[in-house]
Design a protein around this ligand. Structure first.
Ligand code: URP
Ligand code: ZN
Ligand code: ZN
Length: 494
């Protein structure tokens, strides 16, 4: 329930997407009440943040907890996954509910509410994975939005399971454009990928590395190109999930340059891990069987460049954990049966701080923007989430820029995810989450979990085209109206 404790955070360096200053923060109940210099106020709890960064809690808009997928279920529950997120400085996730093909998306939402309610350490919201959306049922999309689920994910991959045809994608985007909601796209040509998989298996190529060799960057770039073209014609915004490579980034930039309302995220695995991982001994390459796959290393610098230039808006995790034992092992003799996905919900903030900010790829403000503010804005959580301001939820991370850790599944400090490996085993980081407040309640204190399951609550999200969106709220939505792109470049119809 609501608690009315007050907290005073003293002498921290407050960093948001745009600010960087030293001040005290007074929290009354669940929200920030006052920010000022040398606040002389009595509070129930006082936290000394001298020498520490005080940043908005991370918002991770791409997680899969308790997801049935690939013949098994992701190993983190809403309880274990959100607790691990809190340890790592993330205070809000947007997880994916999944529609069962041919049934109501509203029913799917009930199912996901039942999984999460009363279980989480931090606040959570949902996207809806749409697997079919005939015209007769397209009204459900608005009902979902009214229930706080203002974004959907559609797949161009996984034929026979999650794939939507282009007509479904267009219908969903058109409706989203009208309602001011947002379609997220898994952009990869899954039909051609399946042909490549068949060829690989026919040649008895069964090892994990063939997961990468059967999903070339061109087929991601083609999916991105197609998703952006359909969104452009549907006059709708679109959000490309887990963009992994330069070829796809190039398509994104071309569309953005012609005015398409295109957002995109990448993930730590595409910035820090490369295709050589699939050559790890034995079956260890299976740890990195996630989709899109890891790419050649030269793509990393291109993606950092995309984050700097604002072509890419967000760094999410796509946390989708499957244990090596019994889960990844389902594909020991056939890479196509390895459940796709990897862990990361706990490691994002430190990895991006260390390998992004400390190496000079991105600024400290941009770090906050990419991991918190931008996802909060794009997905309708701002200014409740995503910043530190008077009236915002007191979702606050006290981050120690001097603490050094080696990320490992085998120490008790950096691994609380329910999975038997870390994708970043042995990665050294300087900069680690020390204390975390979730809606004003301390849930991590000096690296220890002091919260309980049920501290977190469902957050209804505002529509993308709502009050705080910065684009196109009043755009003409008639998909048949003349526009430049009906003709050759730049030519308008008479
Ligand atoms: O490998 C991945 N990413 N698994 C999760 C499902 C998805 O496509 O996001
Ligand atoms: Zn995906
Ligand atoms: Zn995903």
């Amino acid at each position: 329930g609501e608690h009315k404790v007050s907290v005073l955070i003293k002498n921290g360096r407050i960093v948001t997407a745009v600010d960087d200053y030293r001040a005290d923060i007074f929290i009354n109940g669940s929200q920030v009440a006052l920010i000022g210099k040398d606040l002389a106020i009595e509070a129930d709890k006082r936290i000394d943040a001298s020498g520490k960064l005080v940043i908005p809690g991370g918002v991770d808009p791409h997680t899969h907890l308790e997801l049935p997928f690939g013949g098994t279920t992701t190993s983190d529950t809403f309880e274990t996954g959100t607790r691990a997120a809190a340890y790592g400085g993330t205070t809000c996730i947007i997880d994916f509910a999944v529609q069962t093909r041919g049934t109501s998306t509203l029913k799917a939402l009930d199912t996901w509410h039942a999984k999460a309610e009363g279980k989480t350490a931090i606040d959570y919201a949902f996207h809806m994975i749409v697997t079919d959306m005939p015209q007769e049922r397209v009204g459900e999309m608005r009902s979902l939005a009214d229930s706080g689920v203002t974004s959907y994910k559609l797949f161009m991959a996984y034929p026979g399971a999650l794939l939507s045809d282009d007509g479904t994608i267009f219908r969903a985007m058109r409706k989203a454009g009208e309602d001011g909601t947002l379609v997220c796209m898994h952009a990869e040509n899954g039909i051609v990928i399946d042909e490549l998989v068949k060829i690989a298996l026919a040649q008895r190529h069964v090892e994990p590395k063939y997961h990468a060799l059967t999903r070339p960057t061109r087929l991601e770039a083609e999916g991105v190109h197609r998703a952006l073209a359909i969104a452009e014609v549907a006059r709708a915004p679109v959000y490309i999930v887990h963009l992994s490579c330069y070829d796809a980034l190039h398509e994104l930039r071309m569309a953005q340059a012609r005015g398409v309302m295109a957002h995109a995220e990448t993930c730590p695995q595409y910035l820090l891990l490369d295709v050589d991982r699939y050559d790890e001994p034995g079956f260890d390459g299976a740890k990195y069987v996630l989709t899109p796959p890891l790419r050649e290393k030269w793509n990393h610098d291109e993606l950092w460049g995309g984050l700097r230039s604002h072509a890419l808006d967000v760094i999410s995790t796509d946390h989708c954990p499957f244990c090596l034992k019994e889960q990844k092992e389902l594909g020991r003799s056939d890479f196509s049966k390895i459940p796709n996905g990897g862990p990361g919900i706990e490691s994002r903030m430190s990895l991006i701080y260390h390998y992004g900010v400390s190496t000079g790829h991105i600024s400290l403000n941009r770090f906050v923007e990419l991991t918190s503010t931008a996802p909060a804005k794009i997905f309708g959580l701002f200014p409740k989430k995503g910043t530190i301001a008077v009236g915002s939820d007191a979702d606050i991370v006290i981050f120690d820029p001097a603490r050094e850790e080696t990320i490992s599944a085998f120490n008790g400090r950096t691994h609380h995810m329910n999975i038997d490996y870390s994708a970043y085993e042995g990665f050294k980081v300087k900069g680690y989450t020390e204390t975390v407040l979730s809606r004003g309640k301390v849930v991590i204190e000096n690296g220890n979990y002091v919260g309980r399951a049920g501290d977190g609550a469902f957050v209804k999200r505002r529509a993308y085209g709502g009050q705080y969106a910065n684009t196109h709220a009043n755009m003409v939505r008639d998909v048949l109206a003349p526009r430049a792109s009906l003709g050759s470049p730049g030519r308008r119809l008479p």
